[in-house]
Write a protein that binds this ligand. Structure first.
Ligand code: PDD
Length: 281
């Protein structure tokens, strides 16, 4: 596997990062995760803009859009990628600096940029049958709008879900649902599709954005509003969205069955709209 690290294309085994990298020491960095459908990077501009937003909020620089696309294409060639569907992981950190000081270094620091491509595993069964979830307290920081590499609360929440035989943890803050450990959350009641409004506690998910657009364009009622915990437990349907998750029906929350344990009809309509949309975009 050939990866891109600091202006070099290298076999993974030959790639080294300094132990002084602030990504390693402080989680001082951002990331982005995107994928292709039929060879084409899906909503590249949206992912690029989010990366730029996250980076700029932390005083980090991003490469130009053309440059980033060029690197990704080089990685496709160098890895002899023949699949039409692959994912792209991009990470930018503030780089290595000594001594270890919390404040941003001024002179001796060059950012670290890491990019790799990967195959995508299918969502088949889960997205057809739906998945179980649990509710957990949202322990994350106050800037979840930044796609920061500081993901420990997300990792802990996901692990707790796995240990509970569930696939995702739905996070709660002050009585409301924010999002999942690595997904956005939608609930449906009386044919109205709802998701938490964007805030410093919710990531501006690109799949979330696409779903909102699709609902608006196909006359499905959509509302960005705060969702109470009781509403989630009493929802007619629930689904999760994310780049690798796509549209994943939720059939259980904390042991409570949703829609008698089956993916809901509106969720299935949105799944179809989504798969049609990605074929054409
Ligand atoms: N996760 N919310 C959180 C906290 C996320 O980490 C993600 C994505 C999403 C969905 O965003 P999008 O639709 O743009 O993928 C929502 C990525 C995939 C990850 O951590 O690997």
């Amino acid at each position: 596997m050939i990866i891109f690290l600091n202006n070099k294309y290298l076999p993974l085994e030959e790639a080294n990062i300094s132990p002084l990298d602030r990504g390693f020491l402080f989680a001082d960095g951002v990331y982005e995760f995107l994928r292709t459908y039929n060879c084409k990077l899906f909503r590249f501009d949206d992912h690029y803009n989010r990366l730029k937003y996250s980076a700029e909020e932390l005083g980090l620089a991003v490469p130009g859009k053309g440059n980033l696309k060029y690197i990704i294409n080089e990685l496709v060639t160098k890895n002899h990628f023949s699949t039409k569907e692959y994912s792209v992981y991009i990470q930018i950190t503030r780089g290595a600096s000594f001594p270890r000081l919390h404040k941003f270094p001024v002179a001796d620091c060059e950012q670290t940029m890491l990019i790799w491509l990967s195959n995508i595993s299918s969502n088949g069964i889960e997205n057809e049958n739906g998945v179980k979830t649990i509710l957990l307290k949202d322990l994350r920081w106050g800037r979840c709008d930044i796609k920061s590499i500081s993901l420990l609360p997300n990792v802990m929440a996901k692990q707790k879900a796995v240990e509970s035989n569930a696939v995702e943890a739905i996070l709660m803050r002050e009585g409301y649902i924010t999002e999942g450990s690595h997904t956005n959350v939608f609930s449906i009641k009386n044919s109205v599709v709802s998701t938490a409004p964007l805030s410093n506690f919710v990531l501006n998910g690109i799949t979330r954005k696409v779903v909102i657009e699709l609902c608006k364009n196909h006359e499905l009622k959509i509302s960005e509003r705060n969702i109470l915990i009781d509403e989630i437990l009493g929802a007619d349907e629930i689904f999760l969205t994310g780049t690798s998750t796509e549209i994943k029906p939720v059939v259980e929350v904390n042991g409570v069955e949703i829609n008698k344990g089956l993916p809901g009809e509106i969720t299935k309509i949105i799944q179809h709209l989504f798969y049609d949309y990605v074929k054409e975009n």
